[in-house]
Every structure is written in structure tokens, then in C-alpha cells.
Design a protein around this ligand. Structure first.
Ligand code: AMP
Ligand code: GLY
Length: 418
């Protein structure tokens, strides 16, 4: 099958690597210096032009990696050219593109989420903040409405701090237009999981439950990042919890989106907070997570290209999962997440059996592979237990070097602690 993957990160590398297993002929637009080694990169930016290229080149399936392309309507454009594309329409992508839309949708469908208000009015924001703190809560969460690459969320420990964060967002000072509407919500105290369902508009299949590590430093300290590592399946999600997420969140979301005229096809990524044993929706994303995708891809057996094509055509079938575990450790450049770093050549001694690299922020410099982005690569280890997969991932990390490399030493710690 000829497949075009849109995006340029480690997630798209992981999808390409997985689809290569199915014998697909692969194209990645725009891709990175890593995908260039396992697929053909296509340097076309405009979606209309890219769709024309896909038609001319008889692409049978397109898969979209990043949220921005989805929110910008790439799926609608490709469909109008008669192409098969796996991903949500612009209307359905609002589940991620607007936190306000997402929260109002959850409220309409009676799906459990943190108590919230959604407002562009400072006085209303302040009133809600006062009420939450007067109700005995010690923290509150203030979020910019629009896409802020995971950075538009402030967890405030006092009413004053929360009011200041809301005022800065509403004035446009902190996040520009993305913050001119805010969602303010109660703080949920629990553990986070990443739940993925492949959806065809009506039906879904669930993937192994993953856990991300958003903070830069070990023990979940330091600033939030795009994600410093992940593992799956997580034993923090037992069968009962998975059934609740499917019945109380995923099913009503698909039904609700259909009823509201925006059926959801693509990857529904539920950011869960589990409080006690009750799952709450923190956020929806409408695509694979990164670095979750890198650990999920090797856990899927069978013809995954066919699964995605079937989903794109509204006739999803069950998938087969490998009975093993995966741990992925992100290696980031020196100044991540604060700023750019000097490009540094990447050296790889070897990839031990049962491990592999997914390349993300890399480029080619006269034939040398260099670290040029924030999150440079993900070292993925596989095994018959989390311990074994973790050991493999860190064995691989030990074989990789580039100047200024930083990584967490404790990926999967929550799974191993229990
Ligand atoms: P979001 O972009 O909405 O997922 O928020 C980013 C991160 O902020 C989440 O991954 C959580 O760690 C944290 N967070 C967001 N909302 C809440 C909440 N209501 N309670 C506790 N933590 C939250
Ligand atoms: N790892 C979380 C995300 O991709 O948003």
C-alpha cells in the first residue's frame, strides 16, 4: 500500500516504522532526517498542493500526525480530493483545538470532567476562583482556550495567583489570541494516564493504556514539556478502569460527536486523571500522543495499514496486540524546553536487539545526523515485563550520545513502584 504520513516528529517516524513492517511504500511530508532513512520525504507545504501530489502519486492512505494540520482542516481538504485519510475533520478536531468547546461538549454529554467555567470575562473568572477556594480547595487550574503546544496551563496555589494568571491570559499578554478565552477548573488529585482509541466515526478499538512523563526532571520535577518518556501497557489501568473509560467516556464521546454532526474518525486520545478509581477527562487530543505513539506502535500486531485504511473508510475491525511491554526514553537537547540548542552530531554505537530509535528533532548536515530540535529522539526498549523493557531502553540510551543530551532516568517509575 502507498501511504503518506503528514508530520515531522518522532511520532510520525514511529508510524512510518510500523507501517514499513506491513510492507507499505512510505512517504512523509515534510518528515525529518530520520524518516528520510526509512521513507521518502516530500517537501510540499500547502494541503491542496499536497493532496494533488497524493492523487498524482496514487497514494492509497494518508495518516495525519500533528494537531495543527487537523485543526486547519487537512482531512476535509484531502477528502474533497477523493483521498482516503485517517484523522478527524476540522469540526471534530475542535475536541482538541478548543478547550472551551471540549468542556462544553463533556458537560452536554454528561461525561465526567473537573468542574469548570469557560469565560472571556475577568469578573466572572474571579468569582469562580473565589468560590473554588472558599469551597476548601487549595489549588486551581487556569487554561488558555486555544492550542499552546501544551504550555497554556497554569496550576495556581492561591486565589491571587489564579486571578493574575487569568487576567494575563485574557489581556492577550501571556498566550496571545489563544488565551482570550479561558477555562478555569478545579484541581484533580490523582494519577494521569493516556488512553487511545482508534475510531471510524461510529466504532472504536482501544490500544494499550500508556503513561507519559510530562515534567522535565526525575520524580516529576521541573517544567512541563511535550513529554519526556512513556511506557505501555500501564498496570495502573486494570480491566475495570478500562471498561469504565470505554463505557463512560469513549462510547458517549463517539455517540455525542455523531449526534452533533461531527462524527469522529481518527485517534481519540483521552488524557485521563484517575481519582481514587474514577476516571475524569482532563483533555482530549485528536491524534497520537508523542512520545506515547513511539511505545504503542511496536505493541500492535497484524496489518496496521489495513486497520487505519478500514477506519478511514468507516469499517474498523478488531486489532491484535502483542503481549509485551514497551518503554520509551526521550533524549532532548541541552536547552529544552526553554530554547534552541547548538546543533550537535548524534553518535549511535549500536541498537541492542529488542530496542530501536525513533528520530524526532534531527537534521542532516552534509551526511551527518545532527540533533537540531528540542526532543531529539526516543530510545524504545521492548520486553516481556516493564522492568525488562525499561532495562532495554536505558541500555540503548547508553549507546547514544550527542553534546548536551539530557534525559530522565526514571521513565516508568510509577509502574514499578506499585
Ligand atoms: P492539559 O493541557 O489540559 O492536559 O493540561 C496539562 C497538564 O496540566 C495535565 O497533563 C495535568 O498534569 C495538569 N492538569 C490539567 N488540568 C488539571 C486538573 N484539573 N487537575 C490537575 N491537574 C491538571
Ligand atoms: N504526550 C502528550 C501529547 O502528545 O500531547
Amino acid at each position: 500500500m502507498k501511504v503518506l504520513i503528514i508530520g515531522n516528529g518522532g511520532r510520525e517516524y514511529a508510524i512510518a516504522r510500523r507501517l514499513k513492517n506491513d510492507g507499505c511504500e512510505l512517504f512523509v511530508a515534510p518528515g525529518n532526517a530520520g524518516t528520510a532513512k526509512i521513507a521518502t520525504n516530500v517537501d510540499i507545504k500547502g494541503f491542496d498542493e499536497l493532496a494533488t501530489w497524493a492523487k498524482d502519486n496514487e497514494i492509497e492512505l494518508c495518516v495525519v500526525g500533528p494537531e495543527n494540520a487537523l485543526s486547519d482542516g487537512v482531512v476535509d481538504i484531502f477528502k474533497s480530493h477523493g483521498l482516503n485519510i485517517f484523522g478527524p475533520s476540522k469540526a471534530a478536531a475542535r475536541l482538541e483545538g478548543s478547550k472551551a468547546f471540549m468542556k462544553e461538549f463533556l458537560a452536554r454529554q454528561n461525561i465526567r470532567t473537573a468542574r469548570f467555567i469557560n469565560t472571556h470575562d475577568k469578573a466572572e473568572a474571579n468569582e469562580f476562583i473565589e468560590a473554588i477556594f472558599n469551597g476548601g480547595n487549595r489549588k486551581i487550574v487556569v487554561k488558555a482556550d486555544g492550542l499552546c503546544a501544551g504550555k497554556g496551563v497554569i496550576i495556581a496555589s492561591s486565589a491571587d495567583e489564579a486571578k493574575r494568571a487569568a487576567a494575563d491570559m485574557l489581556s492577550g499578554a501571556s498566550f496571545g489570541d489563544a488565551g482570550k478565552r479561558v477555562v478555569i477548573e478545579e484541581f484533580l488529585d490523582g494519577f494521569e494516564l493516556s488512553f487511545f482509541a482508534i475510531c471510524d466515526g461510529k466504532n472504536f478499538v482501544s490500544l494499550p493504556v500508556a503513561q507519559d512523563h510530562k515534567r522535565l526532571k526525575d520524580n516529576d520535577e521541573g517544567p512541563n514539556t511535550g513529554g519526556m518518556g512513556a511506557y505501555a501497557p500501564s498496570m495502573l489501568a486494570n480491566a475495570a478502569l478500562i471498561t469504565r473509560v470505554e463505557n463512560e467516556i469513549v462510547r458517549p464521546t463517539l455517540d455525542g460527536m455523531s449526534r452533533e454532526g461531527a462524527p469522529f474518525c481518527g485517534v481519540l486520545f483521552v488524557g485521563l486523571m484517575v481519582v481514587g478509581d474514577t476516571p475524569y477527562v482532563l483533555e482530549f487530543n485528536v491524534r497520537f500522543g508523542d512520545p506515547e505513539c513511539e511505545v504503542l506502535m511496536p505493541l500492535i500486531e497484524g496489518n496496521f495499514a489495513k486497520t487505519l485504511l478500514n477506519a478511514a473508510q468507516g469499517k474498523l475491525e478488531d486489532i491484535k496486540l502483542a503481549g509485551k511491554f514497551a518503554v520509551g526514553v526521550v533524549m532532548a537537547s541541552h536547552n529544552y524546553p526553554y530554547g534552541a540548542s547548538r546543533p550537535a552530531q548524534i553518535f549511535v554505537e549500536n541498537e541492542p536487539e529488542g530496542s530501536h530509535i525513533c528520530y524526532a528533532g534531527v537534521s542532516d548536515d552534509a551526511g551527518k545526523l545532527v540533533a537540531s530540535g528540542g526532543r531529539v529522539l526516543v530510545a524504545v526498549g521492548l520486553g516481556t515485563s516493564i522492568e525488562a523493557a525499561q532495562a532495554k531502553a536505558y541500555e540503548l540510551v547508553g549507546k547514544i550520545s550527542f553534546e548536551g543530551a539530557q534525559w530522565r532516568k526514571d521513565i516508568a517509575y510509577q509502574a514499578l513502584r506499585k
